[in-house]
Design a protein around this ligand. Structure first.
Ligand SMILES: [Zn+2]
Length: 328
């Protein structure tokens, strides 16, 4: 990710022991946070970042560095391939509970204890928190204490997609860095390197609002660019089969983007997520679209645990159809 490499250089040139990386999802917050942590812990770092070959870099690559504490919700740890604590793994294996979507108090306690220990490799320690907005008030306050009085050489990098949800006291303890957007050709090159074909990448990049890391998760979840291109017409026709292979949460996200673009078209602006030619003919009024968007936002609250996913997708399709066919 060349745009991440640029930001690593920029951040390393400044003195900061606690960074808050903020900006919308999909710009590589996690990658930047990890690159920064790697550079801090590397045995032969340069102004460009970590060397990538020393034993510290290797330990980070295999996700077992004694001086790096990674604080994430368990669902994110699992998705990114970080090991859980023995206790947490055991509870999940025995199905005592499900992987947590929040950063757990237990994990925070471990991290506080970690920051009080002596470092194992002599280059200090790093606590990486991602996504930082998934801390509740208790965990955030525990982190705050450590941020205020860091015992010894501990550096922090917090990455967030919703910095407004963080405690103001946490924000004020960190140096803020706003994530930079990649150039279009950089995104395309990077996606090509990740095995996304160029024509699909172009379309998906649009559907992801220009955020390359989001494209990768879209394409990993099986959403094709064809699927995206035909979504608006399918919704105008009330064809619920088009949503058969996606989760309610994905469907709502896609419909909100469609609604967003229709609102833009209303005001004579260019659409952001779809091509103009992909948008359906519709006479829906601005207020009808606004109301639709509100209903989608409401549905999003129950989308993670829908009573019945199939019924929910049908209801979403019917609502989209009625809104698109409504007149003035
Ligand atoms: Zn290294």
């Amino acid at each position: 990710m060349p745009w991440i490499a640029r930001q690593v250089r920029e951040l390393l040139a400044q003195r900061g022991h606690a960074w808050l990386l903020k900006g919308p999802s999909g710009l590589g917050q996690y990658e930047l946070a990890l690159a920064l942590a790697s550079a801090w812990l590397c045995e032969n770092p340069t102004s460009q970042g970590s060397c990538g070959v020393c034993s510290s870099c290797h330990a980070i690559a295999v996700h077992t560095h004694a001086d790096l504490a990674v604080l994430m919700p368990e669902t994110v740890m699992i998705a990114l391939g970080w090991p859980l604590s023995e206790k947490a793994q055991d509870e999940i294996d025995k199905k005592t509970r499900k992987p947590s979507k929040e950063i757990r108090v237990d994990a925070m306690r471990d991290a506080v204890e970690f920051s009080q220990r002596t470092d194992a490799r002599g280059r200090g320690k790093v606590v990486l928190v991602f996504p930082a907005e998934r801390m509740n008030t208790i965990t955030a306050n525990a982190l705050l204490k450590t941020l205020e009085e860091p015992p010894g050489l501990v550096r922090f990098v917090l990455a967030t997609e919703a910095s407004h949800m963080l405690l103001p006291t946490i924000r004020s303890r960190c140096l803020a860095h706003t994530m930079k957007w990649p150039e279009a050709h950089e995104s395309m090159d990077w996606l090509a390197g990740q095995g996304v074909p160029a024509d699909a990448a172009q379309n998906l990049l649009r559907s992801a609002g220009g955020r390359p890391a989001d494209v990768l998760s879209l394409s990993a979840s099986g959403l094709s660019s064809d699927w995206w291109a035909h979504l608006p017409q399918a919704m105008r026709q009330g064809d619920a089969r088009h949503l058969a292979d996606v989760s309610p949460a994905q469907a709502i996200d896609a419909l909100q983007k469609l609604c967003h673009d229709l609102v833009l078209r209303h005001s004579g602006a260019a659409p952001r997520f779809f091509e103009n030619s992909q948008l359906p003919a519709s006479h829906a009024s601005l207020s009808a679209l606004t109301e639709w968007f509100k209903r989608l936002t409401q549905s999003a609250r129950t989308a993670e645990h829908p009573f019945n996913a199939g019924l929910m997708l049908e209801a979403l399709t019917a609502d989209a159809h009625q809104t698109l066919m409504s007149k003035g």
